[in-house]
Design a protein around this ligand. Structure first.
Ligand code: ARG
Ligand code: GLU
Length: 702
């Protein structure tokens, strides 16, 4: 009886989820969603969102750098994204004399804008279903025989589509090999920094507030895209001119409130909505706890050290931020998966799927086969997690990856990357961390994943601590000075104990782990293809009403929902909009994460908000139930008319299981209110001229 109830509840809950519109929709198919979107407040048409025969909003969205999203906001190439997306390029321009991270940066004219070699933005020209072309000639072949034909078909499709043009193209799969799409991009490589607030605004709240609501982070940065005189992409040149985009967003200062339609248009990187129950169990019971524990060890040491010395705080701030970001996300994800009982729901669903599939040869064995493959991969993928998060997380070991081939025939000059590394390196901290990480690895990982030579050395040294002490005492890689003198003495760096340690693990990984992971992953992928197709048939047979969308794969997607508060715990209701009052309440000159610029204090004291005043304050951030993920950082948040109302930059941590299962009750994306962006630009940056360049509209959303 309990089981039946669970199955019914499960099917119902899938209906509930699909009705509540988790989903990252494919722009070229948005027509299929547009009725639903319009019923929730969308005023524009499918063709306004995505078109290839005319300018549409897709032409105003860019894939920024390696992993973020950005949006065009003027006819003169002006673009917005997040501060945390532009952080590393801004850092390269910063020095002690010009600390743009600390003080902010505002180009007061176009000559002052800062070029960034290597940084690109990509505009999606079009996306097309090329499934038939990719599968051509593979009928009746085994999966492995088909693989090479598919690969050459993909090459051919790319050639046919962009050969002889200045466009680039990618072919990516949707639904695990069931569909293939080609994505054609125009790639611009002259992208200059225009403006950034000081970190005390752009990173306000730091790690404490990261993934949290209520939030008050002014996480934005301006860039400008430049083109050749023909408006086509061109390498950096003084003669380049601002790119004239086919489309840019109008900016709405009309405001938003609870229940208003919102839409996020951007590049989510990866979700796993169709992950098999055993895969979720691996995440929840093994991978996340292991990774969280290992990162906790690192963070504890860094935090202890930085309290004792402000120089360490600066040197380790970027490292700490990147360790802490996923660490916090995984904790929220685990809580969310437990709360939703995702594993039990998936197991119940898979059981009824198996019963349904009993008479269907195509799907009959897919569930049991998936289970078997997950059993086979389990030890290897856990070993891989431990290797990455314990062994290769030791900074002394990372040196091997940075220096790489140079170690074999080192020249006098230490490679730049390596000197940069030493600029922020404290071997004493690393040594303490290494002891903990290695001990944890030795204690948790089966013997066969411990290289013999390391096991022996540890034994000879009389334990992990003494072994690590020896490693740091005798390695030349612990400091630039030691390394320089080793080179001067013509020591063979390939015999350095840290190098030996690194290669012992790298070789073990290559011999004993890598191949297995590749093999079982490929098997899982192949089964997943059948399973996803089967789920569509199964749900259709059962009339569950579940609406399928492809997992995020770092291609352009639309998600929509509404501005929405939520209840994080019993008797508590979070309102959806934060204001300047919250910033002032958190302001604390003694806490570097919460120490706002004096100018902002003064503006607040005099309530001098000018045209940005709303009910006597300034709105800062808002939450909504749009389904987003990593990569959506910097995405435009639009109202029903397609006007820019905000910039997406985060989710609430307890809702990050939305990468596996979305829960409309508590999953919230966090956006910066565009009015706070304009307020900071004008009042803090003194760069009001940028606002003159934009098209500001004051329309109400409704
Ligand atoms: N949590 C956001 C994201 O996943 C913001 C990250 C900014 N970095 C940080 N460590 N605070 O990217
Ligand atoms: N901050 C994330 C990013 O850089 C977005 C947050 C999320 O994972 O939703 O893409």
């Amino acid at each position: 009886m309990r089981k039946i109830l669970l199955i019914v509840a499960c099917v119902l809950s899938y209906c509930a989820v699909s009705q509540a519109q988790g989903g990252m929709w494919v722009p070229s198919l948005i027509e299929e969603r547009v009725k639903d979107m319009q019923s929730k407040g969308l005023k524009i048409s499918a063709g306004d969102i995505y078109a290839t025969d005319k300018a549409s909003y897709k032409d105003a969205v860019v894939l920024f750098g390696g992993g973020c999203t950005g949006e065009m906001v003027s006819s003169e190439g002006l673009m917005l994204t997040n501060h945390h997306c532009g952080f590393s390029v801004l850092q390269k321009h910063s020095s002690v004399e010009h600390d743009y991270l600390k003080d902010g940066f505002w180009a007061m004219n176009r000559d002052e804008e800062l070029p960034n070699p290597g940084l690109t933005v990509k505009f999606l020209v079009r996306m097309d279903d090329v499934t038939d072309k990719v599968f051509a000639g593979t009928e009746g072949l085994s999966a492995s025989e088909a693989e090479s034909i598919k690969r050459s078909n993909i090459e051919k499709v790319i050639q046919e589509t962009v050969g002889g043009t200045h466009y680039e193209a990618d072919v990516k799969t949707l639904y695990y090999g069931n569909q293939y799409y080609i994505y054609v991009y125009e790639v611009f490589e002259d992208v200059r920094i225009v403006g950034a607030p000081p970190s005390s605004i752009g990173k306000f709240g730091g790690e404490t507030d990261n993934w949290m609501w209520p939030r008050h982070t002014g996480d934005f940065m301006y860039f400008r895209v430049y083109a050749g005189k023909d408006n086509k992409p061109a390498p950096y040149s003084k003669d380049n001119v601002p790119y004239k985009p086919k489309k840019y967003f109008n900016i709405s200062t009309g405001g938003i409130g609870e229940g208003d339609f919102t839409m996020v248009y951007g590049y989510p990187a990866r979700t796993q909505q169709y992950l098999f129950s055993s895969g979720v169990d691996d995440v929840l019971s093994h991978s996340n706890p292991a990774k969280i524990k290992l990162r906790t060890m690192r963070l504890e040491e860094i935090q202890r050290a930085r309290k004792s010395d402000p120089a360490i705080r600066i040197a380790y701030s970027y490292k700490e931020a990147s360790i802490a970001n996923a660490w916090k996300k995984w904790q929220g994800e685990s809580l969310g998966l437990e709360r939703l009982k995702t594993i039990a729901k998936k197991e119940a669903y898979e059981k009824s799927f198996e019963e349904w599939a009993y008479t269907k040869p195509e799907y009959k064995d897919v569930v049991s086969s998936l289970r078997a493959q997950y059993d086979s991969i389990h030890d290897y993928s856990l070993a891989w997690d431990y290797l990455r998060e314990a062994i290769f997380a030791i900074e002394l070991v990372q040196v091997m990856r940075i220096a790489d081939k140079w170690i074999e025939s080192p020249s006098e000059a230490i490679p730049q990357k390596l000197s940069d590394f030493y600029g922020d390196y404290y071997p004493e901290i690393d040594k303490k961390i290494a002891k903990k990480l290695l001990a944890e690895y030795m204690g948790k990982i089966p013997q066969r994943f411990i290289p013999d030579e390391v096991a022996e050395d540890i034994k000879t040294a009389n334990g992990v601590d003494a072994y690590v002490d020896m490693l740091f005492q005798s390695s030349s890689f612990v400091s630039a000075d030691r390394l320089a003198s080793a080179i001067a003495q013509k020591q063979d760096l390939t015999k350095d104990p840290a190098v030996v340690f690194y290669f012992a693990f790298a070789n073990m990984f290559n011999n004993a782990v890598r191949g297995k992971i590749i093999k079982y992953d490929a098997n899982i992928e192949a089964l997943q293809k059948t399973f996803v197709r089967g789920q569509k048939a199964f749900d259709a047979d059962n009339k569950t009403g579940r609406v399928f969308f492809p997992d995020a794969n770092h291609t352009l997607r639309v998600s929509y929902g509404s501005v929405s508060g939520y209840s994080p715990e019993d008797a508590v209701w979070y309102m959806p909009i934060s204001t300047l009052e919250g910033i002032i309440a958190k302001d604390n000159p003694q806490e570097y994460e919460f120490n706002i610029p004096q100018k902002l204090r003064d503006i607040h004291a005099s309530s001098d908000y000018g045209r940005w005043s709303v009910n006597g304050t300034v709105p800062v951030c808002f939450i909504a139930n749009n389904h987003t993920s990593g990569g959506n950082s910097g995405s435009p948040v639009l109202n029903g008319k397609g006007e820019l109302i905000g910039i997406n930059f985060d989710r609430t941590w307890t809702g990050t299981m939305s990468d596996i299962e979305f829960d409309p009750e508590i999953c919230r994306n966090i956006s910066l209110d565009i009015r706070y962006v304009l307020f900071v630009t004008e009042k803090i940056g003194g760069a009001g001229y940028l606002i003159d360049e934009m098209n500001i509209v004051h329309s109400k959303a409704k």
